[in-house]
Design a protein around this ligand. Structure first.
Ligand SMILES: [Zn+2]
Ligand SMILES: [Zn+2]
Length: 177
């Protein structure tokens, strides 16, 4: 993994700037309907502060999602910015509840000389994926009866199943822009 570790010994005198390209298979991210294509790009700055290390960065990845209505594949360029404060595990024990003082940034922990930022990269990608992606605002979705993509063809199923008493309702519905 290595590729997403920060060696804190390098931060003694100055901030450290990292640019990393992570192949998607190393992200272990193929959850549900999201897939990272090829790779994610991470750039970050790590700065030593009195009681820990502040890591600020940006993740960029081209991902592929599926439309929530018609299940078509959708490309999406994801950009996520993050700011995370890390404390050493050992130090944390000594200073007690210090973690609670930093309110706006969650505190992460590390042990030894390395901070592994792969978790936050993964987390940031997941957090910044649109919840209900649509291929187009007016995506018509799949026909609930025959399963065809209604953006591509008009299957005509509604006509067969609609109860005549509900027809006025349907007209009303289709009048909504
Ligand atoms: Zn769609
Ligand atoms: Zn149909």
């Amino acid at each position: 993994m290595d590729c997403l570790s920060i060696d804190i010994r390098e931060l003694e005198h100055e901030s450290c700037l990292l640019e990393r390209i992570i192949p998607s298979r190393k992200l272990n991210l193929d959850v549900g309907q999201i897939r990272v294509l090829e790779k994610a790009r991470v750039s970050l700055t790590a700065t030593r502060e009195t009681r820990g290390v502040h890591v600020r960065g940006r993740v960029r990845a081209d991902i592929q999602m599926t439309c929530a209505r018609c299940l078509d594949l959708l490309p999406y360029s994801l950009v996520a910015e993050f700011s995370q404060y890390y404390q050493s595990n050992t130090q944390h024990r000594m200073v007690g509840e210090i973690g609670l003082q930093k309110k706006d940034t969650e505190v992460g922990f590390f042990s030894g000389d390395f901070i592994d930022v792969s978790d936050i990269v993964r987390e940031q990608i997941l957090l910044n994926v649109p919840m209900k992606p649509l291929c187009q605002e007016k995506c018509k979705g799949l026909c609930p009866y025959c399963g065809k993509n209604r953006n591509q063809n008009h299957c005509g199923c509604e006509i067969i199943v609609v109860d005549p008493r509900l027809a006025p309702l349907l007209e009303f519905k289709s009048g909504i822009p």
